[in-house]
Write a protein that binds this ligand. Structure first.
Ligand SMILES: O=C(O)CCC(=O)C(=O)O
Length: 240
């Protein structure tokens, strides 16, 4: 039993759960070291299995900044170790299902003054496929302090109970977002985090984040997990 009944009830009611101090500071230091110069390295010599989305596709090579790096476990051995650690998988097993498969791991280095907003959305709008159910769960790990100023995550509590909403295709980013994209919502709850904190959230809870207009970077990594066999055409790595 790694979660209290109060924590589980809170997750059920809100669709998200913050765990302070999920990952020790020394691992956060290792991640920072492993990801040093990551923007330039991904321009110069991107490994074949890594998919990068840039903040500005048209920027010159010298100024290209990563918006999202998919398969971050391949560039950081520490992220690769953390995603399969008991500290995370035990919690996922309690919140999702006793059997746990890796869905993916992505780095979101929302750089100071550059990182764009992530409009309101439900992850299942991206992940819905024939034969799967919205069972997947995320854990976003804070690498930097995540604050109101640099665009920490925001959630609409309880919105995971509303079912999948209609999303619009956003032409600029090729993303799927709720109509209105990013605007302040009265019922939105911002969740600031310290490095090493992690927030678990369902694939149906509505969430987003403001742009990073601050002078401080906001690096985070989201690990996503699925129940083995939940609509996967090709089986991903089973962790438990
Ligand atoms: O990091 C952000 O601001 C958005 C991340 C997100 O939407 C996600 O990981 O599903």
């Amino acid at each position: 039993m790694h979660l209290t009944s109060q924590e589980k009830e809170s997750y059920e009611a809100n669709g998200f759960l913050l765990k302070k101090g999920l990952v020790p500071a020394k691992d956060i230091g290792r991640i920072r070291q492993e990801l040093k110069d990551i923007h330039r390295r991904m321009v110069a010599d991107p490994p074949p299995d890594i998919h990068v989305a840039w903040e500005d596709e048209d920027a010159s090579d010298e100024s290209k900044i990563i918006r999202q790096l998919m398969h971050s476990e391949l560039v950081s051995p520490t992220l690769n170790r953390i995603l399969r650690s008991d500290a995370l998988v035990d919690i996922v097993a309690e919140l999702m299902h006793p059997q746990v498969a890796l869905y993916h791991s992505k780095l979101l280095p929302k750089e100071a003054g550059i990182g764009a907003a992530t409009p309101w959305h439900q992850d299942y709008a991206y992940w819905k496929a024939e034969g799967n159910l919205p069972l997947m769960i995320n854990c976003q790990l804070a690498i930097d302090p995540m604050t109101l100023e640099n665009g920490c995550l925001e959630f609409i509590p309880g919105s995971h109970r509303w079912g999948l909403q209609d999303h619009e295709q956003h032409q600029e980013t090729f993303g799927k977002f709720l109509p209105g994209h990013y605007y302040k919502r009265e019922e939105g709850v911002t969740v600031p985090m310290e490095p090493g904190d992690g927030i678990f959230f369902t694939s149906l809870v509505i969430h987003g984040s403001a742009p990073n207009l601050s002078p401080h970077p906001r690096w985070a990594n989201t690990f996503a997990y699925n129940v083995p066999g939940n609509g996967e055409r090709q089986e991903r790595e089973i962790l438990r």
